[in-house]
Design a protein around this ligand. Structure first.
Ligand SMILES: Nc1ncnc2c1ncn2[C@@H]1O[C@H](COP(=O)(O)OP(=O)(O)OP(=O)(O)O)[C@@H](O)[C@H]1O
Ligand SMILES: [Mg+2]
Length: 219
């Protein structure tokens, strides 16, 4: 049975596609993986995948798209047969789609930047998580800090306060602000396949953390 990982957030531009594509590339190197782009017509993950195919780098990874929650549920059932991991790049709105992703996912990752607007939008998302928990109380949703400025006290204080207020666990690994993320995305590669060692190492740590959460090794 496939593990489903949903990358959700109601605000745009927070790093959903960045995390989805990097996770997909790294997990596909280990086991058959499908990347499902639900953020159409924008289709960032789908465009990234098209470039990846042109560069003959898509071994182990397939791409699918879904426009609504009904299509997504059917698609996941089909793709779960032949894949070990399904990575869902969620749209910024569409409450029904987001709820379906939360209910189906073994793990939901919520990218978040240390800015007020991104934090307010996560408060909106809490409603969808609460609704999904009525169907499945064991929903596991965790924050992932993105574009995090580790050396600023403000960012650290903000992240502590948000963690407390939202009551959501967060990944230990935080992604820094690095041009490698946009350079890799624009070329159909992961940061693991790009030249910035710091980005490569933090993404490897993030994927390792995700794996251990799914194995139940990290609470
Ligand atoms: N940690 C980071 N450092 C630098 N740039 C980043 C980082 N994370 C994401 N970006 C860049 O910010 C832009 C938005 O990121 P991304 O596309 O992953 O967000 P999204 O939530 O999927 O946005 P959208 O609403 O457009 O789908 C992209 O150009 C991406 O390369
Ligand atoms: Mg996106």
């Amino acid at each position: 049975m496939a593990d489903i990982i949903g990358i959700i957030q109601v605000k745009g531009g927070v790093g959903r596609s960045t995390i989805a594509t990097n996770l997909a590339a790294q997990l596909a190197a280990e086991a058959p993986t499908a990347l499902i782009d639900c953020d159409l017509p924008q289709g960032t993950s789908a465009s990234w995948y098209a470039l990846r195919c042109q560069a003959s780098l898509a071994t182990g990874l397939t791409l699918a798209t879904a426009v609504d929650h009904a299509e997504l549920v059917t698609l996941c059932g089909r793709l779960a047969v032949d894949n070990r991991y399904l990575i869902i790049d969620a749209p910024p709105r569409l409450a029904e789609m987001t709820r379906a992703i939360i209910v189906m996912s073994r793990l939901c990752l919520i990218p978040l930047g240390a800015s007020a607007s991104e934090i307010w939008s996560t408060t909106d998302l809490m409603k969808s998580i609460a609704e999904a928990r009525q169907y499945r109380p064991t929903v596991d949703a965790r924050l992932v800090w993105n574009r995090f400025r580790a050396n600023t006290r403000e960012a650290q204080e903000l992240s502590d306060a948000v963690g407390r207020e939202l009551g959501l666990p967060e990944l230990v690994t935080k992604l820094g602000y690095r041009v490698a993320y946009s350079e890799a995305l624009a070329r159909g590669v992961s940061v693991g396949e790009w030249s910035d060692r710091a980005a490569r190492e933090e993404m490897t740590r993030l994927v390792g953390e995700v794996r251990s959460i799914m194995k139940g090794e990290t609470t």
